[in-house]
Design a protein around this ligand. Structure first.
Ligand SMILES: *Cc1c(COP(=O)(O)O)cnc(C)c1O
Length: 376
């Protein structure tokens, strides 16, 4: 046995179905950026395609290129790139839909595509209030007009208009309606300019579940398909989601320490009595946040065991006193997994680490091997 992240592709299928049930009128775009939030981009993408997903999305052009080079050939949108991105030519040649947020980026895509003799498919992005990527509303009419002109001369196809929400994880947040109104105004400008769009898209996973008015033609869903909660107000299981990743470690050493023994760097925890402890050979290099020491727990033989002392780069200590029988080195500890097993979830680790489940699964260390079940 060894440290391992097991990815259940059946859970991904199940979660895709849950998103479809929540957003029945829209298509699904499965977001597989950041190595599918730590789950492995290629196997997740393949599973989504097999499960009928027409659209995949990634942030960077390098991710889109890698997916194409792994054999993916369906609709694929990439939305984050800077001037001079070395993967732009490749993505244009590989039939990737490209997002454009400014006149300059429109000109750059058109120039590169013209050079290659390619007519790119573009999604114009409007900033409706997140103030991150996307054209500012005052720049939108000009961007739309130039994109439409390019389309009329056969230099591009504008297939999408889209935006991204700031507070969709909070049901009822007033900014969602405000962004929705801004988005509608942007769509009206596109319509007036003569753009005939294939897809309008605004919703992410939280909006898929909590804001039906944002669904439009496509919901871009990332975290939900991994079975981590998208909402600040609900647990994954309440939304019918199943954790796709189970992260386990093998106890490397079990021993008893006497009362008064302090554990790990900084001596932040001291054994109040004779204590049976296990050494878990996982640390912040593997994705366990250092801040979760003295807060987190893991599951050994079905019993929650607290993580005591600092989490170091490679190892941490768990208290085994509450486990029945004599736990031995070589036994498994579940760091996180599906709530139904009694294990902590990635969302629990998020709470313990002052972050969100997204960051926990995405930051899983490179040296943790991934193994897949549910392959077809
Ligand atoms: C990451 C991302 C998503 C997916 O968000 P989830 O909350 O994981 O569903 C959707 N849209 C954009 C623009 C993103 O960057």
């Amino acid at each position: 046995m060894a440290n391992l992240a097991r990815i259940d592709l059946d859970a991904i299928r199940h979660n895709l179905d849950a998103v479809r049930a929540a957003a029945p009128a829209a298509q699904v775009l499965a977001v597989v950026k950041a190595d599918a939030y730590g789950h492995g981009m290629v196997p997740v993408a393949r599973t989504a395609r097999e499960h009928g997903v027409q659209w995949l999305g990634v942030a960077t052009l390098a991710e889109a290129r890698a997916l194409r080079e792994a054999g993916d050939s369906g609709r694929l949108l990439a939305w984050l790139w800077a001037p001079g991105d070395p993967d732009l030519d490749a993505c244009l040649a590989l039939d990737v839909d490209i997002s454009v947020s400014s006149i300059d980026s429109l000109h750059e895509v058109l120039a590169r595509a013209g050079h290659l003799g390619i007519r790119p498919r573009l999604h114009l992005k409007i900033d409706t209030g997140l103030a991150r990527n996307g054209a500012a509303p005052q720049d939108w009419p000009l961007l739309v007009a130039e994109a439409r002109a390019a389309e009329q001369r056969g230099a591009a196809d504008v297939v999408g208009v889209w935006s991204h929400l700031a507070n969709a994880d909070q049901p009822g947040h007033a900014s969602v309606d405000a962004q929705q109104r801004q988005f509608d105004a942007a769509l009206a400008v596109a319509d007036d300019a003569g753009l005939v769009l294939e897809v309008r898209h605004l919703a992410n996973s939280p909006a898929a579940f909590a804001h039906p008015g944002t669904h439009h033609d496509l919901v871009r869903t990332g975290i939900a398909i991994y079975g981590v909660t998208p909402l600040a107000t609900a647990r994954a299981e309440d939304l019918g989601l199943r954790a796709a990743m189970t992260f386990t470690g093998t106890l490397a050493l079990v021993k008893t320490i006497p009362a008064g023994t302090s554990v790990s760097y900084g001596s932040t925890w001291t054994a109040p009595a004779h204590t049976r402890v296990g050494l878990l050979p996982l640390g912040y290099a593997d994705g366990l946040p250092r801040i979760a020491g003295n807060r987190a727990s893991v599951l050994v033989r079905g019993v929650r065991c607290p993580v005591v002392g600092r989490i170091a780069m490679d190892q941490c200590i768990v208290v085994l006193d509450d486990v029945h029988g004599q736990v031995r080195a070589g036994e498994e500890a579940i760091v996180f997994g599906d709530a139904s097993t009694g294990a902590p979830t990635a969302d629990d680790w998020g709470d313990w680490s002052e972050t969100i489940g997204y960051e926990i699964v995405t930051r899983l260390g490179q040296r943790v091997p991934r193994a897949y079940s549910g392959e077809r």
